[in-house]
Design a protein around this ligand. Structure first.
Ligand code: ADP
Ligand code: MG
Length: 288
């Protein structure tokens, strides 16, 4: 059985990814609950497999309180599965949080909406900025034994890939694994961020754009740009017109979101610039 693996007891599945299941497992040694991503690599080309392995190796070194911790990669050659063991985030993902607020708003329609509190929005944003800052600017030691920034791009930042632990701490997850694999279903998923992504064009400022979209959606309970087709979407984005956030949100929050959603990538703030924003600087991030 492909599900069985030495040292771990397989529990229920908690999500279905585009490349297989995400399953809860119990580590027999200490009883700790972990999440296991189960990737069937039979249909992957050699190049895709190499890229998957390369990316997992990057993730191994990426340790940050706001990034899902990768623990182990196990290859089951007999069944053609790659298992990625990681920290389990029992708070689910941000997409579910947004969905719940949206449904509640619908139930109590006309009388009241149930917005996500602004404090919570700042807290999530701050933790995402910290996670992205580690990816974009975190220092590593290169082959020449010199300190160098890691320059990792997430490339797929969206509410479904922002996980929460039991204490509502943000854990950025699903690191570009998807990008290394070809899957037609992913092509439309990428339109969430709205940009036409080609490798050469994608840079740190594209992650900032996506962050702007995530924060906008937490407030408006829908993405900033809605369209039926990729062409319609690009046209809307190029217009550069962004609705104000719902009235209960502050001017300050509106301004940060707008800054991140500027059409010209050079004008968008870097993670460093965002961290010097006074509101972000004074947002306390509660961590265990
Ligand atoms: P995919 O590349 O298929 O999108 P993800 O890594 O985003 O895969 O996982 C799919 C879903 O499974 C997530 O949106 C989330 O709801 C759930 N999930 C993934 N990893 C974890 C985890 N470590 N802890 C809790 N839930 C997770
Ligand atoms: Mg995902």
């Amino acid at each position: 059985d492909a599900r069985q693996m030495d040292g771990y007891e397989a529990l229920e599945s908690i999500g279905s990814g585009s490349f297989g299941l995400i399953r809860k497992v119990r580590r027999k040694a200490d009883g700790k609950i972990l999440a296991r991503k189960e990737i069937d690599y039979r249909k992957m080309s050699t190049k895709e497999k190499e890229q998957l392995v390369a990316e997992v190796n990057i993730l191994k070194d990426l340790k940050h309180p706001n990034i899902v911790e990768f623990l182990e990669r196990v290859i089951d050659r007999e069944n053609s599965f790659i298992y990625i063991l990681m920290e389990y985030c029992e708070g689910g993902d941000l997409a579910a949080v947004i969905r719940r607020h949206k449904e509640k708003s619908y139930v109590v329609q006309l009388t009241a909406s149930v917005p996500i509190p602004e404090e919570f929005v700042w807290s999530i944003m701050t933790q995402l900025v910290l996670a992205l800052h580690e990816c974009h600017c975190g220092m590593i030691v290169n082959e020449d034994n010199q300190p160098a920034p890691r320059h990792i791009l997430h490339r797929d930042l969206k509410p479904d890939n922002v996980f929460l632990d039991a204490k509502k701490n943000v854990k950025l997850g699903d690191f570009g694994l998807s990008r290394s694999l070809t899957n037609p279903q992913k092509a439309f998923a990428q339109t969430y961020v709205g940009e036409l992504i080609t490798d050469s064009l994608y840079d740190a400022k594209s992650d900032i754009w996506s962050l702007g979209c995530v924060v906008y959606e937490m407030c408006a309970l829908e993405p900033p740009f809605l369209a039926e087709t990729q062409n319609e979407l690009s046209a809307k984005i190029k217009l550069g017109r962004i609705q104000m956030l719902p009235a209960q949100y502050s001017q300050e929050l509106n301004m940060v979101v707008r800054a991140m959603l500027q059409v010209n990538p050079r004008r968008r703030p870097t993670t460093g610039e965002l961290l010097s924003n006074s509101r972000i600087r004074y947002t306390s991030v509660q961590l265990k």
